[in-house]
Design a binder for this molecule. Structure first.
Ligand code: HEC
Length: 159
């Protein structure tokens, strides 16, 4: 058998069959409300690009993601949560309402090589229904890559 062919076959066998952006591999971030709070932002319909992101969102980071916010390099295992809530506006106050959806980014540079090392998923409502297939996850990734070319994380940690 030709030796070069054997090397090639071995290399092909090592390529993971799930390479790319399989959003089904991003689990629900259990317990994220007890992680580090990164920042919050209120998005109103006055923002022409607000779309479905109208509401109050909070961003949370697990320990590995916190390391990334500090160093600028997010290690594998980093998870960032974008938790979007409806708002109730009263007389001079704006309160948190029910959760609209929870967006998640999970860093795994091998599994999610096709989307910059990040897996994307969205969980909706109390049932935490998964909303994203690989195609929709690629659309998340495209905007993140455009706004944050370095490591695709847009927000910055507020001290
Ligand atoms: C049109 C651009 C755009 C698209 C599309 C988009 N995002 Fe974002 N995303 C943002 C911006 C801007 C922020 C920063 C918000 C802030 O600073 O409070 C953000 C923040 C986040 C964060 C917090 C980490 C970070 O990068 O700051 C997560 C997690 C996230 N988005 C997940 C998703 C998921 C999942 C999708 C697909 C359903 C998605 N995003 C689609 C623009 C986008």
């Amino acid at each position: 058998m030709d030796h070069g062919w054997m090397l090639l076959a071995a290399a092909v066998a090592m390529v993971p069959s799930d390479a790319g952006s399989d959003a089904s591999q991003v689990p629900y971030p259990e317990g994220f409300r007890r992680w580090a709070h990164v920042k919050s932002q209120l998005v109103t319909p006055e923002n022409p690009r607000a779309g479905r992101f109208v509401g109050l969102h909070h961003v949370y980071a697990n320990a590995q993601a916190l390391e990334g916010y500090e160093s600028g390099r997010f290690p594998d295992g980093a998870v960032i949560v974008f938790d979007l809530l409806d708002v109730h506006t009263g007389k001079g106050t704006t309160d948190e309402g029910p959760r609209k959806f929870t967006d998640v980014m999970l860093k795994d540079s091998r599994r999610f090589a096709g989307t910059g090392g990040w897996g994307y998923q969205e969980f909706e409502g109390p049932a935490r229904e998964r909303k994203l297939d690989a195609e929709k996850a690629a659309a998340c990734s495209a905007c993140h890559a455009r706004l944050a070319p370095d490591d695709h994380v847009i927000s910055t940690f507020r001290e």
